[in-house]
Ligand binder design. Structure first.
Ligand SMILES: O=C(O)CCC(=O)C(=O)O
Ligand SMILES: [Fe+2]
Length: 209
């Protein structure tokens, strides 16, 4: 289904799971009340997490209407609603750690988990904001863990302005917050480089998609 992912030789920690957040999280304020928080190498044992998710998650190919055609969504998907058991205990630990770190600021917990598998550089997500539900009108947060081959996450203000490129590495955390979903858009562009697979795990509050 996917090409091989070359795990990192350095990733041979005994412990697996999220490392500390705290002061290791770097916030960058963007225009219009948006921000991103970045915590590189947040997940210890990211190689093993990638392998387990690639094998055990019931990945679905989807098709969507685009104008007058039906096209393949260029990535595989899985969605875990708030009462669904997550596919790996490391994701439960990560969600709990995010809730501890962000609950005061967010005012509610992260509840759902969306997973995407980008099989190679041809898989992508087009420019969008997560505006199904409350992200359209309210400040919120979307927390994303990346495992697998690095990919670029692009961000651009909806009103026009320069695009920001953020490289999402193996085990990294990025959190889009404030008005980011409604005043900015994000995308993971296709790449012509020979890339291996990447899995993205997105935690969102209730009624944010
Ligand atoms: O691949 C990613 O990390 C981003 C996915 C995304 O933007 C989405 O599913 O809404
Ligand atoms: Fe998104």
């Amino acid at each position: 289904m996917t090409g091989p992912f070359q795990g990192s030789l350095l990733d041979c920690w005994d412990e697996t799971g999220p490392r500390e957040l705290g002061s290791s999280v770097r916030r960058t304020r963007l225009a219009h009340g948006a921000w991103i928080d970045v915590r590189p190498s947040w997940i210890a044992g990211a190689d093993a997490l990638f392998e387990r998710l690639a094998e055990t998650v019931p990945w679905r190919a989807e098709r969507r209407h685009m104008y007058d055609r039906v096209v393949d969504v260029p990535r595989l998907l899985a969605f875990y609603d708030e009462d669904d058991p997550l596919p790996d205990p490391v994701l439960d630990e990560a969600k709990a750690a995010l809730n501890t770190h962000y609950q005061a600021e967010l005012g509610e917990p992260f509840r759902t988990a969306g997973l995407c598998l980008y099989r190679d550089g041809r898989d992508s997500v087009a420019w969008h904001g997560d505006t199904i539900g409350r992200g359209r009108t309210e400040d919120t947060m979307v927390a994303i863990i990346s495992v697998g081959d690095p990919r670029a996450l692009l961000l651009r203000p909806r009103g026009g302005g320069p695009t920001i490129k953020h490289d999402l590495g193996h085990g990294d955390l990025i959190v889009m917050g404030g008005s980011c979903q409604r005043t900015w858009e994000h995308a993971v562009p296709k790449s012509t480089r020979a890339l291996g697979p990447r899995i993205s795990i997105q935690f969102r509050p209730r009624n944010v998609r």
